[in-house]
Design a protein around this ligand. Structure first.
Ligand code: PAJ
Length: 292
């Protein structure tokens, strides 16, 4: 079946209503486009769980800070359409900003404590913008399942909380991070990296792997785990926003004490001018690179 392109919110709602009327379950995969294999794995996951899968492609202005990359964020709708069609999507929703944010709009979804640590410290208002657009997309789609990547671990936690708090009847599924063979987590922002920066960017996944090795050997000291990742990241990064060891559910950073049997190690750093993030849950997931 041909992939349907939906531009208006009203068309999105109608297409999803029609699918449900035919007895099809609706799945949604929200994205900002410039799609890569990481996004496509979310689409395939959604397709396993729903008959009608809509991929949203919308570079959401309200989640970008004034000095961030909204203007130059990569955009390629025709390329994205071809990719999601081959991954099994039924429809793409690619609205204009003026349709998602009508003239005079002034309503935001306020996010609680989950938005305070980690990226929340460095991107004020970011998660409020994410939560607002995700809530709008959930309302339009009435989806029974929504798939998000663990690449944006904090975002996933916030979306789960949002779905529970706002009573959206949607199951939020978290999908593992898809990586290049050398460990680099796929990201639309990797397109900004020069060849030299691309090499330096491996420091993020190498840092996770180093900490994972320590953890596997029995280390539970938060400072030592953090330091192991930091030491690899430091020489490669232009600047480091954070390397934190945190509770995997509440996201509150561990101080300097001992961590539990499941602990989130998350980082954000600039390689050149490009801000990259990466994370893993120690004790729950395999490290990005096979350990010796
Ligand atoms: P975007 O950065 O385009 O990511 C869309 C989805 O793809 C997110 O759920 C993200 O976690 C997932 N993703 C990105 N890279 C991945 C990888 N390497 N492996 C697995 N999943 C990956 O996140 C956003 O857009 C926006 O904030 C959005 C939720 C669409 C709201 O505007």
């Amino acid at each position: 079946m041909a992939l349907e392109l939906l531009k208006l919110p009203v068309d999105m709602r109608r297409a999803c209503d029609a699918a449900r009327a035919r007895g099809e379950s609706v799945g949604i995969v929200p994205t900002m486009g410039a799609l890569h294999e990481g996004h496509l794995s979310l689409v395939r996951e959604a397709k396993k769980r729903a008959a009608f899968v809509v991929v949203t492609v919308f570079v959401n202005p309200t989640q970008f800070g004034p000095s961030e990359d909204f203007g130059r964020y990569p955009r390629d709708l025709p390329g994205d359409m071809a990719k999601v069609a081959s991954a099994g999507a039924t429809a793409v929703f690619a609205p204009e900003a003026s349709a998602m944010y009508p003239p005079g709009e002034e309503t935001r979804v306020k996010v609680g404590s989950l938005s305070v640590p980690l990226c929340g410290q460095y991107r004020p208002g970011h998660f409020e913008g994410v939560a607002t657009v995700v809530a709008k997309l959930f309302v339009l789609a009435g989806a029974s399942v929504a798939v998000f990547g663990r690449k944006d671990y904090q975002q996933l936690a916030i979306v789960r909380r949002l779905a529970t708090d706002l009573l959206f009847p949607v199951e939020v599924v978290g999908h593992p991070i898809v990586r290049e063979a050398d460990g680099l987590a796929l990201s639309s922002r990797n397109a900004y990296l020069s060849a030299e920066e691309r090499q330096k960017a491996l420091a993020l996944s190498k840092g996770l792997t180093a900490a994972a090795r320590l953890f596997a050997a029995g280390e539970r000291d938060a400072t030592l785990l953090r330091d192991a990742a930091f030491a690899l990241l430091k020489p490669a990064a232009t600047s480091i926003d954070y390397v934190d060891v945190a509770d995997p559910d509440e996201l509150t950073p561990h101080g300097n004490g001992a961590v539990g049997e499941r602990t989130l190690l998350a980082m954000a750093a600039r390689i050149g001018v490009t801000r990259l993030i990466d994370n893993m849950v120690l004790g729950e997931e395999p490290p990005p690179l096979a350990t010796k």
